[in-house]
Unconditional design. Sequence first.
Length: 253
Amino acid sequence: MAKRAAKTKRSTRKKPGLARRFLAWFFGWELIKRAFRWALRGVGLAAVLAVALVALFAVVAPPTTPYILAERLRLGEVERDWVPLEDLAPVLARSVVAAEDANYCLHWGFDMSAIRAAIEDGATRGASTLSQQTVKNVFLWQGRSWPRKALEAILTPVVEAMWSKARIVEVYLNVAEFDEGVFGAGAAARHYFGKDPGQLSAREAALLAAVLPDPKGRSARQPSAFVSERARAIADGAATIAADGRAECFQPV
């Protein structure tokens, strides 16, 4: 009898009416649509701010970068001072371009031949251009991740469209890390050689360019055999791009 009563009691419970179920579905869907609209607005606002920041840094020196800020917090202080491109030794810009992106003047942000070579090589080599590295250093975070690479791919054409080739080189040379806590060619020239960046010799410029891929593990003051050999190759490359015209986009002759 008790089981029958319980069964009867359960069977008398009414299911929510059609109107109530419709309202629950409608308002639930409305919340989803509202959240989606706010997400789109957030993405739109972020895009506008990013473009505005790129436009601003086309004429104003970036006061800091996410990585420089993180290193300042970690180390307590960093060495850095902004030096205009015209006050840097011309051979330094040629050396860095020869080391990092010899075809810099021939592409608009992405070096497709280098990308194809990297794919054929099983992605064991890098295909990142100087423009991409500048975007990463100025606007994004370090490390390898798909979200960062996606943002880098989106921002690189924007930077290429809004900055001159010379400006990209100038910004890169002023935010790149040359030793732990040493950012920019001006601070690097004084840190390693005790001289102004406009007085660097071809050998010194090549040594600075040689440490860029691994600034915490390489030294321009006491270069290893590998760094010395790499610097010699970079010096040759800098002379080559000066002679064949691949430096004209950032150093008109």
